[in-house]
Design a binder for this molecule. Structure first.
Ligand SMILES: [Fe+2]
Ligand SMILES: [Fe+2]
Length: 148
């Protein structure tokens, strides 16, 4: 099934995305805690919950924000967003690996959980500090231009 972006006004969408980051940060903290306590069943579930709850979020970021940046600035101008959003694939790969490995051979998890944690933190903070404000600024600019 193809997932469509939520039909929200940009300010509202960004508020929703920021709230979801907070929920995902909590889930991530629980995941790291479960793995630390060797509760791999819970860890596997939390990693797969994290991954599944990212789907709609990522569709919104890529179909609404990324599309707007590329329409407004072209691919070169949108490079920062392209690079940040490219991390979605790696996040998915790592979450999936944690979920599978926790159930099959948790001793082989190695640095995957901490790599995942670091990537998620970097990713969320890049979106909140740069990408979301840039999206609002771009929307305002486009609105101004359409008035002329
Ligand atoms: Fe993202
Ligand atoms: Fe995000």
């Amino acid at each position: 099934m193809r997932i469509l972006a939520r039909q929200l006004e940009l300010d509202e969408l960004i508020a929703v995305l920021s709230r979801e980051h907070q929920q995902q940060r909590k889930r991530l903290a629980e995941l790291m805690d479960a793995l630390e306590k060797n509760d791999f069943e819970k860890g596997a579930k939390l990693a797969s919950d994290f991954d599944n709850s990212s789907i709609q979020h990522i569709v919104d970021e890529e179909n609404v924000l990324l599309k707007m940046f590329i329409d407004a600035y072209g691919r070169n101008g949108a490079l920062d967003a392209i690079q940040v959003f490219h991390q979605h694939r790696t996040m998915h790969t790592l979450a999936d690996a944690i979920s599978k490995q926790s159930l099959t051979s948790p001793e082989g998890l190695g640095s995957t959980p901490s790599d995942f944690e670091r990537l998620v933190c970097t990713h969320f903070s890049a979106e909140e500090k740069r990408i979301f404000p840039w999206a609002l600024e771009t929307r305002n600019k486009l609105r101004e231009q359409s008035k002329i």
